[in-house]
Design a protein around this ligand. Structure first.
Ligand code: IMP
Ligand code: ZN
Length: 351
């Protein structure tokens, strides 16, 4: 008997999962957004001045998504709000049985002088520690610091220095991400990314989410990131250059794939024409992720369901996909072994 969508998703929910590509502010759910609006009203002491009409998600394209990010940023413009948002996002991933999460966020200074990039990071780290030591004890949560393509070199260097400092003093921050509106030129930031690698930090970059120039893609690949986000236009059948594709196959850098994000933001026409099966069929390392579960109204279980529906992944394939993705996390071999044991235990329990 064929199961309907919600029964399939309920079943997939039981699988232990790793989430490696989730932006904090894009992952805020409608429920948390409401709490953040209340907090904002409470802080301003004015019931009438602030209301947020979160637009209908389905009508978004890429520029629409970036407008939504700005709205969410308005909601998380205080330490209390960032703390609340981080705790809620972690709990929601945990409810979806995500047992290993690498959350990423762009440290923001200012907030009317209340915050520096460093204090922003400190709040997020505190929220991670508090949540994992109380309600989400079975879960491991790490943090990546994002550099927005639009940032100045000075701001990006500040982010990178915080990552460098924290990586030696805590195990919570495990690397740096390059993200932001993919149509923006990021060339001025490449020396910072090279420094990230030289400093021994893990690096993941959003690459070819839109048809960026072959030169940009090649230059990014040559920095040797440890993971890649999206890679929508990397495959030659999607307009990628043969030279870059050859380099990619040689480097085998794991690709973080976000199905719903790509379809809703219209960088991919449909699930059927997504690049997931092209990479799966050549045995390329890929990992399913949500990107922005709030903005795209999804869950990791739903992304797994979509992969089963459109690309024929069976229950065992989904478990194997999740199990294999442990190889791509930013962690020590010992941590990977511990997670593999946990995955096996959970799988035995489910069977
Ligand atoms: P934040 O870094 O926690 O503020 O999360 C939201 C930010 O993540 C956005 O402002 C973008 O810079 C970045 N982001 C989220 N989704 C995408 C994407 O699909 N492509 C590029 N950047 C993204
Ligand atoms: Zn992303």
């Amino acid at each position: 008997m064929e199961l309907d969508e919600s029964s399939c998703i309920a079943k997939i929910k039981k699988l232990p999962k790793t989430e490696l590509h989730a932006h904090l502010n894009g992952s805020i759910s409608q429920n948390t957004a409401k709490k953040l609006i209340d907090l904002k009203k409470l802080k301003s002491g004015d019931n009438s001045t602030f209301d947020l009409n979160i637009p209908k998600l389905a009508s978004n394209d890429l520029p629409g998504c970036f407008e939504l990010f700005s709205l969410f940023h308005e909601l998380t413009d205080s330490p209390e709000a960032i703390y609340l948002a981080t705790c809620d996002v972690i709990k929601e991933f945990y409810e979806d049985n995500v047992l290993y999460l690498e959350l990423r966020t762009t440290p923001k200074a200012s907030f009317a002088g209340h915050m520096t990039q460093k204090s922003y990071v400190e709040v997020v780290v505190k929220a991670i520690e508090d949540t994992c030591s109380t309600v989400c004890q079975k879960m491991t949560v790490k943090l990546l610091l994002s550099i927005d393509r639009k940032r100045s070199v000075t701001d990006a260097e500040e982010t990178m220095k915080i990552a460098e400092e924290y990586t030696t003093s805590t195990t919570k921050i495990v690397g740096v991400d390059l993200s932001g509106n993919p149509v923006c030129d990021a060339r001025h930031l490449f020396p910072v990314l090279e420094y990230v690698k030289k400093a021994g930090l893990n690096l993941t970059v959003h690459i070819s989410e839109v048809p960026n120039t072959f030169e940009e893609v090649e230059a990014l690949l040559k920095i040797h990131p440890d993971r890649l986000g999206h890679g929508t236009y990397l495959h030659p059948s999607k307009g990628g250059s043969e030279k870059n594709y050859d380099l990619l196959k040689q480097l085998k850098i794991p690709l973080e794939v976000c199905l719903t994000s790509n379809v809703i933001s219209k960088t991919v026409e449909s699930y059927e024409s997504h690049h997931f099966p092209l990479f799966r069929d050549i045995g390329y390392p890929i990992v399913l992720c949500t990107d922005d579960k709030g903005v795209f109204d999804t869950t990791l279980s739903k992304e797994y369901y979509l992969a089963s529906k459109y690309y024929g992944l069976m229950e065992d394939d989904l478990f194997n996909h999740s199990f294999n993705s442990i190889n791509y996390i930013f962690a020590t071999e010992q941590e990977k072994c511990q997670l593999q044991e946990l995955w096996k235990q959970q799988n035995n329990k489910n069977n």
